[in-house]
Structures are given as C-alpha cells and as structure tokens.
Design a protein around this ligand. Structure first.
Ligand SMILES: NC(=O)c1ccc[n+]([C@@H]2O[C@H](COP(=O)([O-])OP(=O)(O)OC[C@H]3O[C@@H](n4cnc5c(N)ncnc54)[C@H](O)[C@@H]3O)[C@@H](O)[C@H]2O)c1
Length: 263
C-alpha cells in the first residue's frame, strides 16, 4: 500500500500511546487520519496537534462506531487503512483467595466479558465495518484495496497471573488474524497483528511513577535492548505491515525478546 495524501486512515485509540504514535507516522507521510477515541479531551488535543480529524468513538458501542465511520468518511473519504489500538484490561485471577479471611472469590464473568468486549469484539467491530467500506474501493496496484493492523499483546502468548481476561482477548485477536486474512483475500484487503511487549506509553509510565521498583524490574527483564519499547517503534512496524504488500495474515511480537514469567 502506498501511503500518501491520496489515502485515508482510521486509528482507534489514536489519542494516546501506540495509537498516537501511529497517527503521527501516518500524518508525516501526508495520510489523512481520523482518530477514533473515547476520550474527548486527549482526542481533540492530539487531533489538533497532528492535523487529524477527531471522532469521539467508543469501540464497544455499535452506534458510536457507525457514527465514527460516517464522520470520518464524510471528511476524509473511504479509508484504505485501519489501525486498531483501542484496548486495555481489568486484572484478576481466575479465582482469588482473600489473604485474611480465606474466602474464595471467582473472577467476575462480567469483567471477563468487558475485557473481551473492549479488546476482541471492539477490534472485530471496527474491522468488519472498515472492511465493508474498503471493499467498495477501486483496487490499487497488486489488486489491493486496503490494509489493517491490530494490536494484541505478548500476553496473548505468555499471559501472567492475573491477566486471564486480557490474555484471552489478545489471543483472540491473534487467533482471528489469519482467518480474517483468508476471508478478505478475495477483496484485496490484508490484515496483520502486532503483539507489543512492554511499551513506554501512559499506562506503563504510570507504573514508573507509582511503583518505581516494579518499573525497574520490568525494564531489567527485557533481554535487549534493556528498556521499554518506544511507541515510534510500534508505529514503524505498523507502517511496514501496511506498506509491504506481501505481509498478510501474520502476528509479530515486538518485545526486545522478552518472555513474560508467571508473575
Ligand atoms: N503499553 C504497553 O506496554 C502495551 C503492551 C501490549 C499491548 N498494548 C496494547 O496496545 C494498545 C494501546 O495501548 P497504549 O499503551 O498505547 O495505551 P494508552 O492508554 O496510551 O492508549 C489507549 C487509548 O485507547 C483509548 N480507548 C480505550 N478504550 C476505548 C474505547 N472503548 N473506545 C475507543 N477508544 C478507547 C484510550 O482513551 C486511549 O487514548 C492497547 O490495545 C493495549 O492493550 C500495550
């Protein structure tokens, strides 16, 4: 996929972290970008800073996503690029035992469903609606109509204690990547997924402030380089996946060779 001002893109979770870095990288190439984010303050500010369009969107809501695509397409035209970064977690073990009373508490199924709803269903919702729009476009060189990048996590492969819902959701994104690539192959739409390790975005930088020792331990656990990943490094891989026409149906770790231990 050629990335220039003739192309428009949608980036979910684009107000912050990995999504914001991807918006910047796309804007640097002249791509028209719509940020889908549920946070109106950071979303509007990031859009103004980077010359993007802000659409207040909650990826967990069907109506909100539909309205977002309508607004983005009215302003920028049908997108050829979708990058799914909206996500997050609610931690907790499958069952937990209260240290003082010994009471055994199962993980709330409603929390499990919420995490799947945000990461897995939210990602799929944006994919299916975006792909339906991409399928109406003229093909570019190589018969290509569009390209999609998703964000999983290394937790898809080595989930830690307390990450059951998040691991399941991110593994679901990994699991559906090849299937969707096959589903969309006849339409000329590619899809790939990135599994980031520990990246220097607001959620992780918050750990640095709240619990510096834990943060130092996390940094030390990366084999090489011994640091958190830069959001720009995520954006760089996302752009490679978008540009390289033979990159399809693949899931790639971006993690400095880290393998997460049980805790
Ligand atoms: N930072 C890491 O170390 C790391 C590691 C592995 C995976 N990830 C994944 O990368 C993605 C981006 O994370 P980040 O670290 O950049 O976080 P971030 O908090 O900096 O950015 C996430 C953005 O998503 C938005 N968002 C959250 N829920 C939304 C919803 N329902 N609808 C629309 N927007 C929503 C937030 O408002 C925020 O702007 C997430 O999917 C996360 O699970 C991050």
């Amino acid at each position: 996929m050629k990335l220039d001002s003739s192309v428009s893109a949608v980036v979910t979770g684009g107000a912050s972290g990995l999504g914001a870095a991807t918006v910047k990288a796309l804007r640097d190439l002249g791509v028209k970008v719509a940020i889908f984010d549920k946070n109106p303050e950071t979303g509007a500010a990031k859009a103004a800073e980077l010359g993007a369009l802000f659409c207040e969107v909650d990826v967990m809501s069907e109506e909100s996503v539909d309205a977002g695509f309508a607004k983005a397409r009215a302003a920028n035209g049908q997108e050829r690029v979708l990058v799914n970064c909206a996500g997050g977690g609610r931690g907790g073990k499958t069952i937990a035992r209260d240290r003082e009373t010994g009471e055994i508490k199962p993980f709330k199924v409603s929390d499990f469903e919420w995490v799947l709803g945000l990461n897995l269903v939210g990602t799929f919702r944006c994919i299916t609606k975006s792909a339906a729009g991409m399928a109406t476009l003229e093909k570019q060189e190589d018969g290509e109509r569009g390209a999609i990048v998703n964000t999983g996590s290394v937790a898809a492969e080595d989930g830690q204690i307390g990450q059951v819902a998040y691991s399941a959701a991110k593994a679901g994104i990994k699991g559906m990547t090849l299937t969707i690539a096959r589903d969309l192959s006849s339409e000329g739409i590619r899809i790939n997924t990135i599994l980031p390790g520990i990246m220097a975005t607001p959620p992780m930088l918050g750990v640095k402030t709240r619990a510096p020792q834990i943060f130092d331990g996390l940094t030390a656990s990366v084999p090489f380089p011994k640091r958190l990943g830069h959001p720009a490094e995520y954006a760089d891989l996302a752009l490679t996946m978008l540009r390289n026409g033979y990159f399809n149906g693949e899931t790639v770790r971006l993690d400095g060779a880290i393998r997460m231990p049980p805790r």
